[in-house]
Write a protein that binds this ligand. Structure first.
Ligand code: VGL
Ligand code: ZN
Length: 238
């Protein structure tokens, strides 16, 4: 509830967000990864499980992509018979209309979403019997270890939907020990209640809310992984 120095003002309104100050800006670089969650056609208006305003995250994500050292894109990639699919989806019980079925147009990345050439793509939910809301829940890849080995310390999460897959991704990243930022103008939720609940929950575990205009580029990048001929470059640990 309201503390003496929180941002609530009498009347229940929120004070306007403070103008971005130097202290409120996070300088990103080599040790920062962005995880772009499930920006797929089925989760945008016109898709089978549309998130209101889903497409609005695309320009925001595209704008800040160059500021990161590593890029992870997750996608829902379900078999037709996935355990979460129901003819009468109830949502609250984690059943859904069929969505993001492997190889269908609905599973494709949204048009206009940019993707750096060396982005890591993580498909999830491809086991018919297992739900996977987060890229940290896939069996084939230990995403946390993958990022740690590449000296990533902070993870910036964005995409769809805030109240499900973005939520789980941020929770798992926190539980794995990373500093986690939620890019709040680069996410959209399925419901407003889900958004409010999720923001409170993420805040409680230490996920930091950040707007994309509070991210500034340090210009620092990880060392190149490949030389100009495409051969891997071996870097010795510093
Ligand atoms: C999602 C529910 C089921 C999501 C995916 O991307 O947020 N939510 N599958
Ligand atoms: Zn799904």
């Amino acid at each position: 509830m309201s503390g003496p120095d929180d941002s609530r003002v009498p009347g229940g309104g929120l004070t306007p967000a403070p103008a971005t100050s130097a202290a409120g800006t996070i300088c990103t670089g080599a040790r920062d990864a962005i995880i772009v969650v499930d920006v797929q056609r089925d989760f945008c208006p016109g898709g089978s499980m549309p998130v209101p305003g889903g497409r609005e995250v695309i320009p925001v994500i595209n704008h800040i992509l160059p500021y990161f050292g590593r890029w992870i894109y997750t996608r829902d990639w379900h078999p037709v018979t996935h355990v979460s699919f129901a003819t009468q989806p109830e949502f609250d019980d984690f059943s859904w209309p069929p969505h993001a079925v492997q190889g269908t147009p609905g599973a494709e990345w949204c048009e206009g979403l940019e993707m750096p050439m060396n982005a890591i793509l993580v498909s999830k939910g491809d086991d018919p019997q297992c739900e996977a809301y987060s890229g940290f829940q896939v069996q084939r890849l230990d995403l946390a270890e993958f990022l740690r080995l590449r000296k990533v310390e902070r993870i910036f999460v964005c995409g769809l939907a805030l109240d499900y897959c973005v939520r789980q991704t941020a929770l798992d990243a926190r539980a794995a020990g990373f500093t986690v930022y939620l890019l709040e103008d680069a996410v959209r939720a399925i419901t407003p209640e889900g958004a409010a609940r999720t923001l409170a929950e993420l805040e409680a575990v230490g996920v930091i809310r950040l707007r994309s205009d509070q991210v500034a580029d340090s210009g620092e990048r990880p060392p190149a992984a490949y030389d100009q001929d495409g051969n891997p470059i071996h870097h010795h640990d510093d």
